[in-house]
Design a protein around this ligand. Structure first.
Ligand SMILES: Cc1ncc(COP(=O)(O)O)c(C=O)c1O
Length: 491
């Protein structure tokens, strides 16, 4: 057989050119190298460490966070429906708490066709009704289940809505700097224009309305049709939580400027100072805004996910978004586009149902559910404080506390020699630092340049997800690496 000499149809020059411009640092070059090292370790190659610690992504179960039992019990019964047959009742009642059996039966009954069939393209009506009740309980304001769309994780929802907003390459979407790169990547793919607004690190990554105004005016003056503002609250990678007053001003700004507000609220239960900085949803803030025109007229989309919080079911791909104050005709188009993918997967939908309606006081599973949830939460809080302290104790490093989310985003000041060496290798200085960290410790983090940062500042983002019994070693390794790095590159 002779090899084909026919030119490939698909080459780097012939694919969709927008795809070439997409960057996603969370799974970028350093993360790819970390996977290679993991493989090499497994094949006996020696490194100064014996395992790779993936702190590049908020993926709790990858770092052995235990799934919540109630969720898995109900999910497994929905999957293996034979266990719900009459003749298995006694056996199954010894293995599963009664409320998990009842719940699985209820879910299957309302789904009708079970989990192997497509559901409604917006997600099963019964599960959207659960989400609507959850929103009413959370915010004290009703939600219409027809305005709720279940998704394959928040990512799919964000992509759908950014797609809806993009009319041309003149379409501008305001995104924070630093930002979670889902936004920059999706805008690059769609060919829309990112309009960056800076968060203020020194004051705890706060958002200043004055700077939003300056940014939008400058962008519009250049001919960009700015149509939406993205807020990530609690922040990723920055971990800050907005207060109600600031949120009111953001809502007013959006209304006055004619912007759709996209509120990414996937970390709404990862809140570590609830007394001083509680989570307030944008839906609640909007419904309680003093201006009635805003309550009834501002177009708001809020996103949530089963991947974060104490749920951590990233691999199941479940989430939802709620559209408020949208034109009915536009909602029909949103539905049409959802129907092109037929439906979000049923495993994710079921977890959304369980997350939004977990065991309540008095239910058989409640005590265990509460203990598991509180155990994860308290541990995350302890780890976030400990790592923040470790970063702040490093020479030339400052780190704002994580008021929420799963990340810390320390600022690092690097010696001139390191910056020059990085440049000679065509790398950003923080990427160079993170690569050195990976090779020395096995810890994989993401350089600040992957999220965007103020010029001439360097950062990295690390999760605080490594297991608690390994956490002190993890912290000690990072401290030692940093000190050694400074010695190696001291001027
Ligand atoms: C701010 C933010 N939004 C959205 C997502 C996407 O989450 P998923 O698609 O798993 O729901 C993430 C994931 O890390 C995130 O950090």
């Amino acid at each position: 057989m002779t090899n084909s000499t026919k030119p490939k149809v698909l080459t780097l020059d012939t694919i969709n050119s927008n795809i070439r411009t997409v960057e996603y640092a969370v799974r970028g070059r350093i993360a790819i190298r970390s996977e290679e090292i993991r493989d090499e370790l497994a094949h006996g190659k020696k490194f100064p460490f014996d395992r790779v610690v993936s702190c590049n992504i908020g993926n709790p179960q990858q770092l052995n966070q235990k799934p919540i039992s109630f969720f898995r019990q109900v999910a497994s019964l929905c999957e293996n429906t034979d266990l719900l047959a009459e003749d298995k009742a006694e056996l199954v009642s010894q293995l599963y708490p009664a409320d998990t059996i009842a719940r699985a039966k209820k879910i299957l009954k309302t789904l009708g066709a079970g989990i192997g069939a497509y559901s409604h393209s917006q997600g099963a009506a019964s599960i959207r009704q659960t989400v609507a009740r959850f929103l009413l309980e959370r915010d004290g304001h009703p939600a219409n289940f027809n305005n709720i769309y279940l998704t394959q994780g928040a990512s799919a929802g964000v992509q759908a809505i950014l797609g809806l907003l993009t009319q041309s390459n003149k379409t501008g979407i305001m995104i924070p700097i630093p930002q979670y790169p889902l936004y920059s990547a999706t805008l690059a793919y769609l060919g829309a224009t990112p309009v960056h607004y800076l968060l203020e690190e020194e004051s705890g990554w706060t958002l200043d309305i004055g700077s939003l105004k300056t940014t939008i005016n400058a962008s519009r003056a250049e001919g960009t049709d700015v149509r939406a503002l993205v807020i990530i609250n609690p922040g990723n990678p920055t971990g800050q939580c907005l207060d109600a007053g600031n949120m009111r001003d953001i809502l007013s700004f959006c209304y006055e400027e004619g912007l759709v507000l996209l509120a990414d609220e996937v970390y709404q239960t990862n809140i570590y100072n609830p007394e001083t900085k509680p989570f307030v949803s944008f839906k609640k803030a909007m419904m309680e805004h003093p201006n009635e025109a805003i309550r009834t007229g501002l177009e708001l989309v809020s996103f949530h996910s089963i991947s974060k919080g104490m749920v951590g079911e990233c691999g199941r791909r479940g989430g939802y978004y709620e559209c408020c104050n949208f034109d009915e005709k536009v909602l029909e188009q949103v539905y049409k586009m959802a129907s092109v993918s037929l439906c979000p997967n049923l495993h994710g939908q079921i977890l959304v149902d369980l997350m939004c309606d977990p065991p309540r006081k008095g239910d058989v599973s409640y005590a265990n559910y509460r203990a598991e949830l509180d155990g994860i939460y308290e541990s995350l809080r302890r780890r976030s404080k400990k790592l923040e302290g470790v970063f702040n104790a490093m020479e030339g490093v400052t780190c704002q506390p994580a008021e929420g989310s799963m990340y810390l985003f320390p600022r690092i000041r690097l010696p001139k020699k390191a910056i020059e060496k990085a440049a000679s290798q065509g790398l950003a200085a923080d990427a160079f630092y993170c690569e050195a960290m990976l090779e020395a410790t096995g810890v994989c983090v993401v350089p600040g340049s992957g999220f965007g940062q103020k010029e001439d500042t360097w950062h990295f983002r690390s999760t605080f997800l490594p297991e608690e019994h390994l956490f002190d070693d993890f912290c000690a390794n990072l401290s030692k690496f940093h000190a050694d790095f400074l010695v190696t590159y001291s001027d």
